[in-house]
Design a protein around this ligand. Sequence first.
Ligand code: IMP
Length: 441
Amino acid sequence: MPNIVVVGTQWGDEGKGKVVDILAPHVDVVVRYQGGNNAGHTVVVGKEKYVFHSIPSAILHPGRRCVIGCGVVVDPASLIEEMEALVRRGVVLDGNLFISKNAHMIMPYHRALDLAWEAKLGKRRIGTTGRGVGPAYADKAARVGIRMADLLDEPLFKEKLQANIREKNKLLREIYDAQTLTVEEILGPYLRYAGWLAPYITDTALLLARWIEAGQSVLFEGAQGTMLDIDHGTYPFITSSNTTAGGAATGTGVPPTKINGVLGVAKAYTTRVGSGPFPTELRGELADQIRARGNEYGATTGRPRRCGWFDAVVLRYAARINGLDTVALTKLDVLDQCETVKICVGYKYRGEVLSEFPEEERIWTEAEPVYEEMSGWLASTRGLRSYVDLPTKARQYLERLAELAGVELCLVSTGAVREDTIVLDGTPLTGWFPGVRYPIA
Ligand code: IMP
């Protein structure tokens, strides 16, 4: 049974939640491998809307095991809130949810530092989600982080907490002029969280190895997107983890040799939330129209997303960094009313046209996108479920994107609900999961 990574190819919010939701019935296990509750995956089932931050959305499919891998940073309070909301709606977590002992925790001082760092950056602020994700990963790398396993060992947890509070309070008070925290105000609630979470905290790398050995299929659910990767994204305007496919191995303990393929998810246009370079960004009426039609507001923070044209250079870059086998394209219907659609095919920088995504911040900021223009299809594609029903011009747009990026499309999403999906035949996706065809099981 194949083990497949689902990865965002842009700056996040590509619609990975919906794609994972479609694939979930065809796998046994879904595992998150990075990020924290900065992520927001929206899934619409009938009239019900679910927003996930830390738990894989596959939990909605009865019997699917969902894992929060060691590469994730967990805010226990936010996780418990998410768990309680799911339980209230009848979702069974016991026996279906597993949290890595090695996953690091987001602590209240991480949130305080996140806000303090941002305030200090002024014009160069990252525009983080304010969830404490960056500082939690910074502590992990600095070897002073507190892991889920530590939460179950009260004396060790207390010792680590005291050491951190001493250091963080100094930083908060003396460097950032921010409010300090006490050990007591954290210890009590965190020990209560320990009681709640203990049944779910386990050696998930071992479980995954056993399940894979037994022939079960694992889906790796990426959060954020390639361009927000700490090594391969638009640093420093990134999130603090490896969002790209390589992170799936380190963030779960599943060796790369057990991963069989990578599916990228791209939106038919581009969005970005937070600051940082975005070469194809639109401003004004057209951006507003796309934002309104695509409901482009952050699932976690509610912030309006910046909107722009599709960037084929970015998708080609994502194909290279992630080794994409195929791409699912979402939200085609959002462009239905555009008279013209544009695709970025390169960047003009100081008289030169660059065809590869550059590494330098100066180039991202100064470069002008080079566009190829196509006339829009000006017809509704919303809810279409068969490729041949798409207007010819919409098909031409899709085919050109795929050609420019050098990737093959396997799925086109034409609306928010599960069923508004076109699955293309004869692609890596149908090879991995032959049953993944409309009507979706
Ligand atoms: P952080 O992950 O909260 O540290 O934020 C760092 C950057 O990543 C900011 O630009 C955020 O807007 C962006 N970001 C974090 N999570 C997401 C997400 O799930 N979707 C889109 N952007 C995100």
